[in-house]
Design a protein around this ligand. Structure first.
Ligand SMILES: Nc1ncnc2c1ncn2[C@@H]1O[C@H](COP(=O)(O)OP(=O)(O)OP(=O)(O)O)[C@@H](O)[C@H]1O
Ligand SMILES: O=C(CO)[C@H](O)[C@H](O)COP(=O)(O)O
Length: 334
């Protein structure tokens, strides 16, 4: 922690395991600086360890395997500026380890399966994001990672996704209705019947009417825009790039949607796209492009996942600055 914050700003990042939370969190700490942000993984509030879950048949996604009373009490305490002794769930052993002390910080991110599940915890959040990956893309990413990096077999990865699905649908997925923004990751519409999922269609659903949150837009606020950027100004090989901006309804709420389908070939040219976007909470012209170019190695940097993760990070910074007041500014990314 850098210094005792006057106010703790609490951010929730929800999504299933393997849906890109770690990459997103790296982008957030890049924007704020590592010392400014404390990330709490809510897996630490599992009340049943791996063996107990196996014996009872209750999955980690099931609320019964998680201690929401303790989660609420501790997050509330942290938000009020006091330290906590947070439990630790050990993913190597599957056991619950002795607790660790966590001090308040300027930004506290609670990330994991259930940041928006419990009404009391939800009520503490200053900003919330749900990462919504379609089943097809989730399977591709998981298979790629778990087979390449963890030595799992194709059938086992698929079986584990299928086994999680009922509880995912019952307890995790419904949380997206409460999020301020949802990043939806879908198969491309540019390649009919695409099975590879190397090209993605990414939609940013931004809730309208959230105090202090101004949805980002393309060209003209409130209009409906279908944009195929100029091939001379934005290099994009097959199957090209399409962008969209417009209003929609989402779980009974009005939202402003930004969408990118396709891949950017040259991130230096992102300035062309940035120049056509407004309300993106940058501190100087080109900051969004700079942040994307700086970490080209992160997965998704050349498509809508990277673009919208950075944009949401900038929106979080604006939320932070609004909540703490005029004096407290986070340095621009240069
Ligand atoms: N935008 C992206 N485009 C392509 N692949 C991605 C993208 N984001 C993440 N991945 C891939 O998906 C896998 C999971 O990503 P990541 O570790 O960020 O997810 P996670 O939600 O933190 O997972 P877990 O909770 O299981 O640790 C990684 O192998 C990563 O390469
Ligand atoms: O969905 C998850 C969140 O990361 C994990 O599956 C859950 O935390 C249980 O972990 P493990 O499989 O290591 O016992």
């Amino acid at each position: 922690m850098v210094n005792q914050p006057d106010r703790v700003v609490l951010i929730g990042v929800a999504g299933d395991s393997g849906c890109g939370k770690s990459t997103f969190l790296r982008r957030i700490t890049d924007i704020f600086g590592e010392d400014f942000v404390t990330v709490i993984c809510l897996d630490d509030y599992h009340s049943l360890d791996r063996k107990q879950r196996k014996e009872t048949g209750i999955t980690a996604l099931d609320p019964r395997a998680n201690n929401f009373d303790l989660m609420y009490e501790q997050i509330k305490t942290l938000k009020s500026g006091q330290s906590i002794n947070k439990p630790i769930y050990n993913h190597e052993t599957g056991l619950i380890d002795p607790p660790e002390r966590i001090d308040p910080n300027h930004i506290v991110v609670i990330e994991g399966l259930h940041p928006l599940y419990d009404e009391r915890v939800r009520g503490l959040l200053d900003f919330s994001v749900y990462l919504d990956i379609s089943d097809e893309v989730k399977i591709s990413w998981k298979i790629q990672r778990d087979m390449a990096e963890r030595g799992h077999r194709y059938e086992d990865v698929l079986a584990s996704i299928n086994a999680r699905r009922p509880d995912f649908e019952a307890y995790i997925d419904p949380q997206k209705q409460y999020a301020d923004v949802v990043i939806q990751i879908l198969p491309t519409q540019l390649i009919p019947g695409d099975k590879e999922h190397k090209v993605l269609r990414v939609r940013l659903m931004q809730r309208d009417g959230v105090e202090g949150f101004e949805p980002a837009y393309l060209f003209d606020e409130g209009s409906t825009i279908n944009w195929t950027p100029c091939g001379r100004k934005l290099t994009c090989s097959y199957p090209g790039i399409k962008m969209f901006y417009g209003p929609d309804a989402y779980y009974g709420n009005e939202v402003s949607v930004l969408e990118v389908d396709g891949k950017f070939d040259n991130l230096e040219e992102m300035i062309y796209v940035e120049g056509h976007m407004s309300n993106i909470a940058t501190k100087y012209y080109g900051e969004l492009t700079h942040l994307l170019r700086e970490h080209q190695d992160y997965p998704g940097s050349n498509d809508g996942t990277g673009l919208f993760q950075v944009l949401v990070g900038l929106k979080m910074r604006a939320t932070y600055e609004r909540l703490v007041g005029k004096g407290e500014k986070v340095a621009a990314a240069v």
